[in-house]
Design a binder for this molecule. Structure first.
Ligand code: 5AD
Ligand code: SF4
Length: 456
C-alpha cells in the first residue's frame, strides 16, 4: 500500500448521516496517505457525498461535476484527479452517473464506503467498472468506525440506518434501504474509543433512530434486541461520556421506555427532535405518516410529563399535494399547541419516484411560499420566546471551541442552544455553569459562574 501524501477533498451535502459517513471515508483513506484539503483544486481524490432529499439534487451534482472537469484536466499532468460520487444520489442513479458524466471515475453507495480503497484501485485500473451500490450495511459497520479520528468534543455515532416507513414525499427508503440496527457491542466499542480520545458528547444517529433494535451485548443473547432507551442508559455508563443525544425519531416508534429514559438518565439531554410534517389528519394520512395529530400531541405530553423542561424540535412540510387553507390552519394549530423550541420547515417539492410526485393535486408555488412565510414567523417567535425563557437561569454548557471574538468561548446548552461567554480557553472540552443574561433568536450569552464540571 502506497503511503505518499495525497490530497483528499470531500464535499458533503445534506444530513448528519452524510457528515458521519464523510468522516468515515476520511478514516478509511488516511492509511492510504490521503490528507484532507479544503478545496478541490489540485486534489488527488475528490468525493461528492451527495444527498437526494432536495429537489433537483441529481442536477446539482451534475453541475458540480461540470465545475470539476477543468480542475481534473489541469491535474492530468501531475498524477491525475480521481472523482468519486458517493451518497444517496449515487445510490439512486448508479451507473447512469458515469454515463452522463464521464469525468466520474467511481460511484459508491452509502453501504459500501469500506470498499473505497479497493474501488479507487479498480478505477485506476479499469475506468467505468468501479461501481458499488449494494446494500450490505452489516459489512459496512464491521469495517468502519473502529479507529475514528476525532475533532472537538462532540461526535456522531450511527446506530441505525434505513427506513421502512415510505412517507409518500420521501426518497430515503429507496436510497438507504430497509431499517437495520448495529449490534450494541459494536456501538459501545466505538463510543468507548471516542471517549478515550476526549469526546464528551455523542449523538446517536439513524434515519429512524427510535426504531433501533440492536443485537444485545455478547453473553446476553437470551435478552432479545435492545431498544433505544436501553441503549441510551448503557451508553450513559461509559466513562467520559457526559452528554447523550439522538436523532431523528418517528412518532410511530415511540415507546414508554425511551420516554422514561428522559426521566431517569440525566446524561440524556432534554432535547427531542420529533418531526410531524403536518397538522392535518387528512394530509398526515396522504403522507402515509401512520399517526394522527392527536397521537403526536399525546407523545409530546408524555415527554413533558417525564422531563418538564424538554425542548421539542420538529420538521414541517408545507404545501403537500391536496393541502387546503383549512389543512394549513391545522398545522398552525398543532404548532401553537406543541410550542416548539426549534423547528425546520420546508416547502414540499417532488422527489422523482415517490408517490407524492405523482399526485394530481399539487399546490401552487405562490401559495406554498405564502403559507411557509406565515409558519416560519410563528416558529421564529416560538424559538425567540424559548430562548428568552433561559434569561436568569444557570445552565451547564459544554464548551466546544473559541468564540468569534477574542477571549470568547462557544458552547451548547442542554437544549442545543449556542451559548457565547467570556472565559479561558482551558475550559474548552469541559462543562461549565453559565448564568444566561441575554437571548436572541439563534443564541444565548451570559457569564461563567464557576468552572465546575457537571454531568448534565
Ligand atoms: N419535500 C420537502 N421536504 C421534504 N423532506 C423530506 N422530503 C421532502 C420533500 N419531498 C423534509 C422532511 C424531513 C426532512 C429531513 O426533510 O421534513 O423530515
Ligand atoms: Fe423519510 Fe418518512 Fe422514513 Fe423519515 S420516516 S426517512 S420522512 S420515509
Amino acid at each position: 500500500m502506497s503511503t505518499t501524501r495525497k490530497r483528499l477533498f470531500i464535499k458533503t451535502y445534506g444530513c448528519q448521516m452524510n457528515v458521519y459517513d464523510s468522516d468515515r471515508m476520511k478514516d478509511v483513506l488516511t492509511p492510504l496517505g490521503y490528507e484532507s484539503a479544503d478545496t478541490p483544486e489540485g486534489a488527488d481524490l475528490v468525493i461528492l457525498n451527495t444527498c437526494h432529499i432536495r429537489e433537483k439534487a441529481a442536477e446539482k451534482v451534475y453541475s458540480e461535476l461540470g465545475r470539476l472537469r477543468p480542475l481534473k484536466d489541469e491535474k492530468a499532468a501531475s498524477g491525475g484527479m480521481t472523482i468519486a460520487v458517493a451518497g444517496c444520489v449515487a445510490q439512486a442513479e448508479g451507473a447512469e452517473i458515469m454515463k452522463r458524466a464521464p469525468v466520474v471515475d467511481l460511484v459508491v453507495g452509502p453501504q459500501t464506503y469500506h470498499k473505497l480503497p479497493e474501488l479507487i484501485a479498480q478505477a485506476h485500473r479499469a475506468k467505468g467498472e468501479a461501481l458499488d451500490t449494494e446494500f450490505e450495511v452489516e459489512d459496512k459497520f464491521d469495517r468502519l468506525g473502529s479507529d475514528r479520528q476525532v475533532e472537538g468534543y462532540s461526535a456522531f455515532v450511527t446506530v441505525q440506518e434505513g427506513c421502512d416507513k415510505f412517507c409518500t414525499f420521501c426518497v430515503v427508503p429507496y436510497t438507504r434501504g430497509a431499517e437495520w440496527s448495529r449490534p450494541v457491542d459494536q456501538i459501545v466499542a466505538e463510543i468507548r474509543a471516542l471517549a478515550a480520545k476526549g469526546i464528551r458528547e455523542v449523538t446517536l444517529l439513524g434515519q429512524n433512530v427510535n426504531a433501533f433494535h440492536g443485537a444485545p451485548p455478547s453473553g446476553r443473547e437470551d435478552e432479545g434486541a435492545w431498544g433505544l432507551g436501553k441503549l441510551v442508559r448503557h451508553v450513559a455508563l461509559i466513562g467520559g461520556i457526559e452528554r447523550i443525544r439522538f436523532t431523528t425519531s418517528h412518532p410511530r416508534d415511540m415507546d414508554e421506555d425511551l420516554i422514561q429514559a428522559f426521566a431517569d438518565t440525566p446524561k440524556l439531554m432534554p432535547y427531542f427532535h420529533l418531526p410531524v410534517q403536518a397538522g392535518s389528519d387528512k394530509i398526515l394520512k396522504s403522507m402515509n405518516r401512520q399517526h394522527t395529530a392527536e397521537e403526536y400531541i399525546a407523545i409530546i405530553d408524555r415527554l413533558r410529563a417525564a422531563r418538564p423542561d424538554i425542548a421539542i424540535s420538529g420538521d414541517m412540510i408545507i404545501g403537500f399535494p391536496g393541502e387546503t387553507d383549512a389543512d394549513f390552519e391545522a398545522t398552525l394549530d398543532l404548532v401553537r399547541r406543541v410550542n416548539y423550541a426549534s423547528c425546520f420547515s420546508f416547502k414540499y417539492s417532488k422527489r422523482p419516484g415517490t408517490p407524492g410526485a405523482a399526485m394530481f393535486n399539487q399546490v401552487d408555488e405562490g401559495v406554498k411560499s405564502a403559507r411557509l412565510a406565515v409558519l416560519q414567523e410563528l416558529l421564529s417567535d416560538q424559538q425567540a420566546a424559548f430562548n428568552e425563557s433561559m434569561i436568569g437561569q444557570t445552565l451547564p454548557v459544554l464548551f466546544e471551541k473559541p468564540g468569534r471574538l477574542d477571549g470568547q468561548l462557544h458552547g451548547r446548552s442542554p437544549y442545543l442552544q449556542s451559548v457565547h461567554v467570556e472565559g479561558p480557553a482551558e475550559l474548552i472540552g469541559q462543562i461549565g455553569e453559565v448564568r444566561i443574561e441575554a437571548a436572541s433568536r439563534n443564541s444565548l450569552s451570559g457569564s461563567l459562574t464557576g468552572s465546575k464540571r457537571s454531568a448534565a
